[in-house]
Design a protein around this ligand. Structure first.
Ligand SMILES: [Zn+2]
Length: 107
């Protein structure tokens, strides 16, 4: 297995997916992306196996009054292999599928 190539493919898909979503939801901003393990530990509600540690998760917020309906966002994100979880003050977006194995490519 070409481990480096697989990581690059996975990571590139995530970044491309985020780019796609910012074109669909242009009022979106990223507030948290990759994290060091030490930084991750300091955050309330963070988990030790967070995909933020793999730089395959991002937290986003929206310009006031423009937060998309969750189902609409989830459907758009699913098209590019990203899962969405709505938190109190942000949406958590992460690469779908287990790391590092890739799902069957359906994008
Ligand atoms: Zn998050």
């Amino acid at each position: 297995m070409d481990d480096e190539g697989e990581h690059m493919r996975r990571y590139s898909r995530f970044v491309w997916g985020m780019y796609y979503l910012r074109t669909r939801f242009p009022t979106m901003s990223v507030t948290s992306w990759g994290r060091s393990p030490a930084h991750n530990k300091t955050l309330p509600g963070s988990v030790p196996d967070s995909l933020h540690l793999e730089w395959c998760a991002a937290d986003v917020v929206y310009d006031p009054g423009t937060q998309p309906e969750l189902g609409t966002l989830q459907a758009a994100a699913r098209q590019v292999g990203i899962k969405v979880r709505r938190e109190k003050d942000h949406d958590h977006l992460e690469q779908a599928g287990d790391f590092p194995s890739l799902e069957v490519d359906h994008v």
